[in-house]
Structures are given as C-alpha cells and as structure tokens.
Design a protein around this ligand. Structure first.
Ligand code: G6Q
Length: 549
C-alpha cells in the first residue's frame, strides 16, 4: 500500500485538529462527564491489565489513532516482520526476534531455512548445558562443580540478562552466584570477581559480533585471571563458553566452538534476551521456567499479531505513547515498576525504546519533520516518590508515567504489599486530578502557601496491573513493550532495528586510545578542546602523588 508522508496523512491532520479540544479540557472534567470512563479505557491481554483512562484522550482520540495506525500500514508491516522480511532496511536484515519464542511445532521458513528448527536446536543445547551446570555434572578444570556464573557482555548482551536475573531472582537457584560484567572500567570486573574461586567459576562471554572492545577487553582479563589462579592455560576449556553469531572470532579467542551457543543476524542486540544470550537466565532459573518465559513472550506476540487494534494491548500502548509524544509534546516517559524485582526494568526499556526509536530519518533517508522516540527512564516504585516524583507532579514539563503493579507479592509480609500497591493507585490519582486552590484552602492552609500546594493534575499515566510476577508475565511484559516500540516506529516510518548513532563515538575512541597510552608525547590533531583534555589527562595520569586508595 502507498503511505503518505506522516504529516500529510488524513488521520494525522484530524488528530492535530482534535488535539485542540483535548487541550481545552482536562482529566477532572473528562471523568466528571463520564462516570464509566474507568471501565471504558481498559484492556487486558495475557494477564496484563492496562488502565489507560487517565491518559488525556477521548473515544475520538482512540478512533483517530487507530485510523492513523491503519493509514500507516501497521498491520502490513507487522506481518512483514512475522514473515521474516528484511524490515531492517539500513542493515538489510530481518528483525525476527518473534521466532525465538515460537513453539517447536510451528514452522517458519525464511530464505529456505526453517528458523524455528534452528532456534529449538540451540534451546536444546542450552537446556542440556544449563542442566549439567545446575546438577553439578559439568565440572571445572579441577573437578569442582560450578558455583559462580559470570556473564560478560554489554548493551543488548548484558541488559537483558541482568534485568531477567533480577526480575526472576525469586525463581533462581540460590546456591549459584550470578554476576554481570559490562563496563570496560576495570572496577566492574575486579569487583565482580572479588571473593570468587576460579575453579568454581564459569564465564559466559556474550557478544553477537564477538568484536566489541569492552567485552573482549573484559573477557581477556577474565581469562588471564583464571589462568593465573589455576596455573594452566587448558583450564579455559571448562570455564569459558561463548554466546555469539561469530564462530571464527570465538575460536580465535580460544573458546572451543563446541561450547558456543549461536544466534543469528536477524536477532538485534536489544531484542536478544530470549536467544542464547539468555543462557545465564536459564542457568539461574532452570530450563522449565525459561520455557515459561518464552511462552509469555509468544503469547503476547500472538495477541499482537491477531487482536483487533481496538483490543490490542501493544498497539494501544504504542499509539498512546505516540499521542503523548507528537500531539501533547511530552519528550520524556517515566517507567515505574512497583516491584523490587523489576529494579533493572527501566534500564532495559531505556535501551529498547531509545536505541530503537531515537532516529532522525525515515526508512528512505528523508529527515523527519516530527518528533520520534521519547526519553525513557525510571526507578522502582515508592523510592522515586521520595525523590524525583516532585517534578512529575509540579514541574513545568508533562511526563507521562507507566506505573506497573502486581496484586500479590512473591514475598508476602504483613501489610507491606497493600501499602506498596496503594501507592500505584494514589500516584495515578494525584497525577490525574491534582489539587485545586480551593481544596488546598479548605484544608486550612495559610494563604501564602496555597499556590505552593496546588497541583494542577491532568498528567497522564498508564497503570499496568498483573496478578504476580512470574517468568511468563515477564515475557509478556517485555514483548508488550517491544511491540509498542514497533507500533510507534512503524507510524514514524523509521528503522527501529538499527543503531548507527552509536558508531561515531566508538570510532573516535579507537583513535584516541593510543594517544592516551603512548609513552612519548603524541601529536594531537583534534579540536582544541579534545587536545586540551587529552593533554590534561596525560598530565594527571603521570601525577603519582594523587593516587587514591
Ligand atoms: C543493541 C545494540 C548494542 C549491542 C552491544 C553489544 O541492539 O546493537 O547494545 O548489543 O553493542 O554488541 P555485541 O553483542 O556484538 O558485543
């Protein structure tokens, strides 16, 4: 189908006009006008309940947004993704993470290959390996069982594993220690290795390309640590495995490709947590729970693929995000999980959303004339309320918030959980309805403080509620955000699966490394600021008096 440039689409134009009527009202009035609003704007899929009644919308807004999705060819592009077409145009690749969670009995032929068969062959290999590590059948070089697992990777090869390990810690084997090293800052590795016995430690080197400087630097130092501790180069065979698409580089690093778990170029880094990159997750929670996680992903994929847009949770969430970004001008979104286990969720979603949709040109290279991806950030629940929520309530920028809660705690204790959950609902209420000057006065507030205590409200939230955090729910939750990102990216007409913006910094750093290391004074030919900074760095580095302890 032919799709017009975004700002020429009829539904976009209609939304621009419609926005004026939304601007002229507020959530207080909208709720007063329709006492059933809370029932109207609700949707459920795969155990995730979304209340979006506190978004600044009417039924007309939703109707127009769905019209925009249709006019933008969302269904067609979604189907292209599921068929394995090369929708990642700038890298000429498929974006087929949905195949990673397809059940064994499904078949998906891409370029003559049944990718589901390949996926399950690797899952079987992971299952066998993870089971051997968990049972103690996999022995280290000195015959000891593995007690520590250290995942070394960065970006998409780190954030998913860390987030999933933290999120599913309740289900993990407590006698196994899992640690994650990503930063090339030596402190990250040194602190992660502190207290670990080398002969009980397994390193998983996770790198799609196996060419990432940070990961290879950390992996090399980890190997030196192990060889030094065990005094034998051959020990590497029992203590290092790799997750990668690049067998040649894995072998060159010295890891037996027998101990390599593959994935494919059609899995983007930030879409890889349920590929072999999830090996540490599987070791932590066991294969059975891992398959539940995959089931959760797949269930949401199926919902996204088949549900009408009016009832389609990721489509609606994506459309609401786009509405807030492009029509209400919100540049930032808060993600606040009210569950301690989800403490790394915001960091994970930050990469998923911002690396995917932080783009300035459309698929054909035309510069966009509208805003794309928003800034995503967040912290777990009530902690944020005692710090930065102030700005969300009374600051001058409107920041839509996703509040994520659960009806049951995995660690029930007295009143804790109801106290926690009351905050989810109370925050959504406070943000939506605020407090007027008359209400503040009625509380007996002295007149000179009234203005300070007024909260204008009309600040949008999504409330996502589920029964309890399980591997399955986590899978569905992540797939929900993935497809919401896809929905937005499709309407914006951008490539949500490349990340060229991170390249330039990497190239420049490679040029600067020798200038920092050089024994003799290098000739610096950068801009004057960079030259000065490098010179200062070299001078401070030579200064032996100030070496801290
Ligand atoms: C994710 C990005 C990026 C990538 C890392 C690690 O979508 O591509 O975060 O995951 O740069 O790359 P490797 O796995 O190749 O080491």
């Amino acid at each position: 189908m032919t799709v017009l440039p975004l700002r020429q689409r009829s539904t976009w134009l209609a939304l621009e006009t419609h926005e004026r009527s939304i601007d002229a009202t507020n959530l207080r009035s909208l709720f007063a006008k329709d006492p059933k609003r809370g029932e109207l704007f609700r949707v459920e899929a795969e155990g995730l309940h979304l209340d979006y009644s506190k978004q600044r919308i009417t039924e007309e807004t939703v109707r127009l947004l769905i019209g925009l999705a249709n006019e933008s060819g969302l269904a067609e592009r979604r189907d292209q993704m599921f068929r394995g077409e090369h929708i990642n145009v700038s890298e000429d690749r498929a974006a087929l993470h949905v195949a990673l969670r397809m059940p064994k009995d499904v078949s998906l032929i891409v370029d003559g290959v049944d990718v589901v068969v390949e996926v399950h062959a690797v899952l079987d290999q992971m299952t066998s390996f993870a089971s051997r590590v968990r049972s103690g059948a996999w022995k280290g070089h000195t015959g000891k069982v593995i007690k520590n697992v250290v995942n070394i990777g960065i970006g998409g090869s780190d954030l998913g594993p860390v987030m999933a390990y933290e999120a599913l810690r309740y289900y993990s084997r407590r006698d196994l220690t899992l640690r994650f090293v990503s930063n090339v800052d030596s402190t990250d590795l040194v602190e992660a290795l502190r207290g670990l016995e080398a002969d009980e430690t397994l390193f998983i080197i996770s790198s799609k390309t196996f060419g990432t400087l940070e990961t290879l630097t950390n992996a090399t130092s980890a190997r030196e640590w192990l060889v030094e501790k065990l005094g034998d180069e051959t020990a590497v065979a029992k203590h290092f495995v790799a997750v990668s698409t690049n067998a040649e580089k894995v072998a060159a690093f010295g890891i037996d490709t027998e101990n390599m778990f593959v994935f494919w170029d059609w899995v983007g880094g930030r879409y890889s947590m349920e590929s072999a990159i999830g090996l540490s997750t599987m070791i932590a929670i066991g294969p059975e729970r891992y398959y539940e996680l995959l089931d959760g992903f797949h269930a949401m994929d199926e919902h996204f693929r088949t549900a009408p847009f009016e009832e389609n949770l990721p489509v609606l969430m994506g459309l609401l995000a786009l509405w807030n970004r492009d029509f209400l001008g919100c540049a930032s979104v808060g993600v606040m999980p009210y569950d301690q286990y989800l403490k790394r969720l915001a960091a994970y979603l930050q990469q998923l959303t911002m690396e995917s949709n932080g783009k300035h040109v459309t698929l054909d290279g035309t510069t966009v004339d509208y805003d794309t991806g928003a800034l995503y950030w967040g912290e777990p629940g009530t902690n944020g309320q005692h710090s930065f929520y102030q700005l969300i309530h009374q600051g001058t920028s409107i920041i839509p918030v996703d509040l994520i809660g659960f009806a049951k705690s995995l660690n029930p204790l007295g009143e804790h959980h109801d106290i926690l959950s009351s905050n989810v609902f109370a925050q959504a209420q406070a943000l939506a309805f605020g407090k007027t000057a008359d209400e503040v006065r009625a509380e007996g507030t002295p007149e000179h403080v009234v203005a300070h205590r007024v909260m204008e409200g009309n600040r949008p939230t999504n409330v996502l509620l589920a029964e309890i955090l399980t591997p399955r729910i986590l899978g569905s939750l992540i797939a929900l955000y993935e497809h919401s990102v896809f929905t937005q990216g499709t309407i914006w007409g951008i490539d949500s699966f490349d990340q060229w913006g991170v390249e330039l910094g990497k190239q420049l750093a490679v040029a600067i490394i020798p200038e920092l290391e050089s024994e003799s004074e290098p000739t610096l030919a950068h801009d004057s600021s960079t030259n000065e900074l490098i010179t200062l760095y070299r001078r401070l580095k030579r200064n032996e008096d100030t070496h801290g302890n």
